[in-house]
Design a protein around this ligand. Structure first.
Ligand code: PSU
Ligand code: MN
Length: 305
């Protein structure tokens, strides 16, 4: 990579990396595509504030006018949160979007890839992508998020509230196992279901102790294992949705998406938008709360390392 041409790292973040101070990567697809406007603007500020207050430097990553930016200014965030020409960038999209001079929000896959390449060890998101559920009557190939493949080959610790509830969670967990992605529950013995704490899917390892958690993260990164470690942090209990309500809304949202002919990268943003409408904003409130909580946990681990 030619850093002059392709990469801008904000001076504050470059300095923190240089002196091995704690840095937490944040994705920008959650801002550009995962949240309604203007809640997304508020979320961007809340995430960076949460990381700072917990003792680390926030590094939100995006493609801005054809260049990878690590650390965004207010103007960049405003553009990502408001403009219609903002692309969704997964790993395979990085080169074409840069070459075309575009601006894009980076998904978990692209953000993890970029963060690990420049030596960031902690990354916070809301919920990773995974294996999508089939639409009713659809026998086509499965839609599997590139997040899973990227996590299999990117050494970074990712704090996440499991995988998004709109997905096939048992299939997602199986693929994470196949891909050798490390998993540890923090304050839960189950794989969290993003909008709701319980999926009924047990995790092999978990801890309630921040010091022990930091020790597992440190060990994973020190061993030089090829893939990521997922720190699975359940959503805040006071904001979480009930599993029964959530399932009903997901089934309705999927029927709408199918009828509207939604496919590819548009599926996740569409379903999240439909859930927000069906739950009268409750899904957005828990998504906001869990994303901020994950940013705090990531910052605390980064500070402990
Ligand atoms: N977490 C959230 N909201 C989001 C996402 C994560 O709370 O919108 C985004 C992430 O960027 C993730 C993407 O990588 O959704 C998954 O999209 P897909 O299924 O198309 O890979
Ligand atoms: Mn997909």
């Amino acid at each position: 990579m030619n850093p002059e041409r392709h990469l801008f790292i904000a001076p504050e973040i470059a300095a923190a990396l240089e002196r091995k101070a704690p840095v937490v990567a944040l994705e920008s697809s959650i801002i550009a595509h995962g949240f309604p406007h203007p809640d997304n603007l508020d979320l961007a500020g809340a995430l960076t504030t949460a990381v700072r207050q917990a003792g680390a430097t926030p590094a939100m990553i995006a493609i801005v006018a054809g260049r990878i930016h690590v650390g965004l200014n207010e103007k960049d965030v405003l553009h990502l949160a408001s403009a219609r020409d903002v692309a969704k960038c997964s790993t395979r999209d990085i080169a074409p979007l840069i070459a075309a001079g575009r601006t894009a929000g980076t998904t978990v896959a692209a953000t993890a890839h970029i963060a690990a390449r420049i030596g960031i060890r902690l990354f916070a998101t809301g919920g990773i992508g995974g294996v999508h559920r089939h639409f009713e009557g659809d026998q086509g190939p499965p839609d599997v998020s590139a997040d899973l493949l990227e996590l299999s080959r990117t050494p970074i610790a990712v704090v996440t509230s499991g995988a998004k509830s709109i997905l096939d969670l048992p299939a997602t967990l199986e693929m994470l196992e196949t891909y050798g992605v490390g998993m540890i529950g923090f304050g839960t013995r189950e794989f969290p279901a993003f909008h709701t704490p319980s999926s009924g899917l047990p995790l092999a390892f978990s801890t309630d102790d921040p010091a022990q958690l930091a020790s597992v993260v440190r060990t994973h990164l020190d061993l030089g294992l090829p893939g990521a470690l997922l720190v699975c942090n359940p959503p805040p209990a006071e904001l979480a949705l009930s599993r029964a309500d959530l399932e009903g809304w997901i089934v309705a949202a999927m029927a709408e998406a199918h009828a509207a002919g939604i496919s590819g990268g548009a599926v996740t943003p569409y379903l999240l938008g439909a859930l927000s409408r069906l739950s009268k904003g409750a899904s957005v409130r828990v998504n906001r709360g869990l994303a901020i909580a994950n940013a705090e946990v990531a910052a605390r681990i980064a500070a402990d390392l």
